[in-house]
Design a binder for this molecule. Structure first.
Ligand code: FMN
Length: 246
C-alpha cells in the first residue's frame, strides 16, 4: 500500500489533544487542500471559518453539547454552506438565485461540504495531526451563526477539530465490507448476519477500552436515530433562507 492508502486505512477520530499549537504554515496547507477540492457546478458554495481563539472554542464546545475536545484542540474549522457567495454571482449575472431554497441545493452543498471536510481531515492527518469531525454544531445552529457572524443564505453544517495528538485512539471496527460494497446491484441479504456480528464486535471493542458504558451498534443507533437528534437544523436553516421546500 502507498502512503495515501495507509493514511486513509488508519483513520480514527482523536478526542485528546496536547497544548502544542498548529503552525500557520500547516494550517494554510490544510485549508488549501479543501480549497482545491471539486464543487458541484463549480459553485464553490462552501466557506470555512477558522476558530483559534480559546474562549470562542470553549463557546463552541458548549454549543455542541459539552464536547471538551473542541476547547482542547487548538484549531476548530467550521464548514459553512455559503449561498450568500453564490447569490452575489447570480445577481451580477442579472438573475435571481432560487437553488438555496431547494433540496437539490441543500444536497449538493452537503456533498461539497463533505468533500471539504474529507480533504481537511486527510491533509491534517498527513501532517501527523489528529482530527475529529463535529456534527454537534448543528445542536444549536443559531448560536453558531451568532458566534461566527454568518449572514443570511449561509449555514454551519459541520466542523472539525485539529491538533497534535495527546492520547491516540484505536481504530473502531466497521460493519463487514459486504454491507458497504455492492457489485453491479444492491444486495442486503447479508445485513442481518453482519449486524449481529458487528454488535458483538462493538461490545468487545468497548470492553477492551474499559468502557462499561459502551453500547452495541444497534443499541447506539436505537438511542440516536429514534428521534431527529438535531431538530434545530430545519427551522434555523429556514430562517437563514435555506427553505428546503422545492
Ligand atoms: C459528519 C460527522 C459528524 C461527527 N460529529 C461528531 C461530534 O459531534 N462529536 C464527536 O465526538 N464525534 C463526531 N463524529 C465522529 C464519529 O463519532 C466517528 O467518526 C465514528 O464514531 C467512527 O469512529 P472513528 O472516526 O474513530 O473511526 C462525527 C463524524 C462525522 C463524519
Amino acid at each position: 500500500m502507498n502512503d495515501t492508502l495507509n493514511l486513509l486505512h488508519s483513520h480514527r477520530s482523536i478526542r485528546s489533544y496536547s497544548d502544542a499549537p498548529v503552525s500557520d504554515e500547516m494550517l494554510d496547507q490544510i485549508i488549501r487542500a479543501a480549497w482545491h477540492g471539486p464543487t458541484s457546478m463549480n459553485a464553490q458554495e462552501i466557506s470555512l471559518v477558522v476558530v483559534r481563539d480559546a474562549a470562542r472554542r470553549a463557546r463552541i464546545a458548549e454549543l455542541a453539547g459539552g464536547q471538551s475536545w473542541i476547547a482542547q484542540a487548538p484549531v476548530f474549522i467550521a464548514v459553512v454552506i455559503d449561498f450568500h457567495k453564490t447569490d452575489l454571482g447570480v445577481r451580477k449575472a442579472g438573475q435571481a438565485q432560487v437553488v438555496h431554497e431547494s433540496m437539490e441545493g441543500y444536497g449538493a452543498a452537503a456533498v461539497d461540504a463533505g468533500i471539504a471536510l474529507g480533504n481537511l481531515m486527510t491533509a491534517a492527518r498527513s501532517l501527523g495531526l489528529g482530527i475529529v469531525p463535529i456534527g454537534g454544531i448543528r445542536r444549536n445552529p443559531q448560536g453558531m451563526i451568532d458566534l461566527l457572524e454568518l449572514p443570511p443564505l449561509t449555514f454551519p453544517l459541520v466542523g472539525l477539530c485539529i491538533g497534535h495528538i495527546k492520547d491516540d485512539a484505536q481504530l473502531k471496527p466497521r460493519l463487514d465490507i459486504s454491507t458497504f460494497r455492492h457489485d453491479e446491484r444492491y444486495d442486503a441479504s447479508a445485513y442481518p448476519t453482519a449486524i449481529a456480528a458487528y454488535d458483538q464486535a462493538m461490545l468487545a471493542y468497548w470492553q477492551q477500552l474499559g468502557r462499561s458504558d459502551g453500547l452495541s451498534w444497534s443499541q447506539n443507533l436505537g438511542n440516536n436515530l429514534k428521534q431527529v437528534y438535531f431538530p434545530q437544523l430545519k427551522p434555523v436553516a429556514a430562517m437563514q433562507g435555506l427553505l428546503n421546500d422545492k
